[in-house]
Structure formats: C-alpha cells, structure tokens
Ligand binder design. Structure first.
Ligand code: ZN
Ligand code: ZN
Length: 169
C-alpha cells in the first residue's frame, strides 16, 4: 500500500470507530448489552467494572484482525492499527479525563473541558432509557445537551438526576 493509502486507511478507521462507538453505545450497551454496561452507570468503589468486558471483547477482535491482516491483508492490518489508536484516545478521554481512573487532573477550558462535560451529562440519566452524548471524541455543546435532557425529563423519555440541570455541569 502507498503511504497515502495507509494514512487514509488509518484515519478512516479512527473516524469510523467514533461512529461505531456512538452506535454501539446507544443501541448495544444501552440495549441488549445493558447487563455489562449497567455498573458503569452506577456508583461503586470497585477498581474494575463489568463494562470493562467490552474492552476485552473489542481488544480480542482487534488482535484477531492484526493476526489475519499480517498473513492475508495489509488493509486489514492498518485498519486494526486505526482501531487501536481510537482505543487509546477513548481510554485517555473516557477513563482518564472523565472518570479519573489514571490521574486526577481535570481540564478547565477548551475542547477537553467540553468532552468531560458532555460525558458527565451522558451519566446524568438513570437506567438505560434515553440519555445524551453517546460518542466519546466528538461532543456537542453541553448547553444543547442539557436542553435535550430537560426535554427527555419532561416527556418521560428518561429518568434524569436532579443535579443534571445545574449550571456548573
Ligand atoms: Zn452509557
Ligand atoms: Zn462513562
């Protein structure tokens, strides 16, 4: 593969993964996969969550892609690399910045702050119904997300925690 094709493949895989993650989070994790995702939405003191099993599944798939790609398809190998890069971005943003599993620093401004606010608002709903902000790298304006949560609360589409409407976020 040419360098251009490699760059396009890897970039495409990273962007594609954000779209896939949004879809899987909304329709699988908050759908039939809720049994694994649920403890990520409930308070606890455990180091690990059942939700981490999703990372094990996706990690296994990507290892298989690297292996098959190595023998059969360069395209598959570079796609697996793009997925791995997305996995690193995801864990730094979601586990690191938002849930503080690796460090305690919280961004105070800029897009990083917006990412944290948007995902905190994802955690503003109780149970699997409704909710906002299912992606991890592209985040909508938190003010719009709060308005959407308010609408969901009013229409009964979701059970929203009381703190979710607070201005601090
Ligand atoms: Zn969720
Ligand atoms: Zn989370």
């Amino acid at each position: 593969m040419s360098v251009t094709a490699i760059i396009l493949t890897v970039t495409g895989a990273v962007i594609g993964m954000e779209l896939f993650a949004w879809w899987a989070h909304k329709y699988v994790m908050h759908g039939w996969g809720w049994a694994w995702h649920r403890d990520h939405h409930e308070p606890h003191d455990n180091l690990l969550e059942k939700n981490d099993l999703f990372a094990v599944v996706f990690g296994s798939i990507v290892i298989a892609m690297f292996t098959i790609g190595h023998f059969v398809s360069e395209f598959l190998w570079w796609t697996a690399l793009g997925i791995t890069i997305y996995g690193l971005i995801y864990t730094l943003v979601h586990d690191g910045l938002v849930h503080q599993r690796y460090w305690r620093w919280v961004p105070k401004r800029g897009y990083a702050k917006r990412l944290v606010q948007a995902h905190k608002l994802h955690h503003a709903t109780i149970g699997k119904q409704g909710g906002v902000s299912f992606g991890f790298v592209f985040a909508r304006d938190p003010a719009r997300l709060k308005a959407e949560l308010k609408r969901q609360r009013e229409t009964g589409a979701a059970v929203v925690r009381d703190s979710a409407g607070a201005p601090s976020g």
